[in-house]
Design a protein around this ligand. Sequence first.
Ligand code: FMN
Length: 380
Amino acid sequence: MKLDTVACIDDLRRLAHRRVPADVMGYYESGSYSETTLRANERDLANVNIRQRVLAGAVNRDLTQNIIGVPAALPFALAPVGMSGLAYRDGEIAAARAAEKAGIPYTLSTLSICSIEDVAAAVTKPFWFQLYFMKDRGFIADLIARARAAHCSALVLTVDLQVLGQRHRDVHSGLTVPPRIHLKTVGRILSKPSWVANVLTGKRKTFGNVHGRIPGTENLASYRDWIGSQFDQALSWDDVAWIRERWPRKLIIKGILDVDDARIAARTGASAIVVSNHGGRQLDGAASSISMLPRIADAVGSDVEIMFDSGIRTGQDVFRALALGAKSCMIGRSYLYGLCAAGEAGVAKAIEIIAKELDVTMALAGVRTIDQISKSTLEN
Ligand SMILES: Cc1cc2nc3c(=O)[nH]c(=O)nc-3n(C[C@H](O)[C@H](O)[C@H](O)COP(=O)(O)O)c2cc1C
C-alpha cells in the first residue's frame, strides 16, 4: 500500500508495522499491564453516538479553533511522544514541520531524540515543550530556560508519570537507545531494511534533551530504572508554583483524570488541562479518558480550558470529545503511525485524514463550526 491509497489511521498503522521493527512498535503500541485502560479508551469513544441531522444547511464548514488563545487551523494538537525519532530519522523535526504546515501546535517530549534546539532550528513558528519533573532541580530549571530560549510558547507539564507503569512488551524488548543490532534483535531489525537505512544511519539516535544525563540506557529496562530513580515521586502541587516562577508563558497541565485533581489544577493559573490517561500507558484499571471528560468539563470547564486525549483514531473521535466538553484534543499514536509509515508526509497524511473525517462528520451532524459541537449533537 502506498501513502496515496491510505484511507484511514488504521492503514497508516499497518504500514507502520511493515516498516518499523517490532521492538520499536512494541514501545509505541503498548499500554501498561493488562492494557485494560488502553482498550477502554478506544471502546468508550466508539460507544458515543453522534446525532445524524439532515438538510441542516451545514455548508462552508469552519474547522478552526483557538487553542490556549492562539488560532489553530484544526481543533487538535500533536501530543508529546517520547522517542519519536526512532520511528523515522529526525522524527520530531518531521512531526513539528507537518504540524506547522497544517497550522496546529506540536508538542516536543522531554524524552525526544531531537533536542529542543534541533526542532527550534527546523521550524519557523513556536512549538510547545512537554516537561517531566525530575529530582535534579538545576536540570529542570535548565530545560525550562532552554525552552524559553527556543521561543516555545507553552510548557506542557505532564503530571501522570512519576513512576512508570510497566509495559510488558518493553520488558521482553531488545530495544536499546541508541538502537543497536545485537543477537536478540538482529533478525527483527534486519527484516526492516528501509528503517535501518533511514534511522540507523541517521545522526540523532540518543535522547537529545537529556543526553549525558541518562547513564546506561542500554535497553528499555535500564531506561525504566533511570525513570524510577530520577523522576520525582514527591512532586506536589507546590512544585507547580516553582515552575510558574520560571515559566511566565502559557502552562498546560497534562494527565488529569479526576474531578478533584482538575479543581486543584484549575487553581494553579494554568491556561489548560489535558484530560488524559497517557494513552493507557500508566494506571491500568483507570477509567477511559472519554468517560471522565464530561464530569471534569462540568466541574472546571468555566475556569480552565479543557483539552482531551487518549484513544483518538478518527475525526469522529475528535467530534465526540468536543461534544463532551473539550475545547480541543491531542492526538498521539494516530500521528505516530503516520511518522513510522512515511515521516513528515505520513504525519501530514494522519492530520489530513482526521481533519477530513471531522469535516464530513460535522456536515452529517448538521454543524458548521467547532463551537456548535455540543452535547446536543450527541444521542443521549
Ligand atoms: C509511544 C508513546 C510515547 C509517549 N511519550 C510521552 C511523553 O514523552 N510525554 C508525555 O507527556 N506523554 C507521552 N505519551 C502520551 C501522549 O502524549 C498522549 O497522552 C497519548 O498518546 C494519547 O493517547 P493516544 O495515543 O491514544 O492518542 C506517549 C504516548 C505514546 C504512545
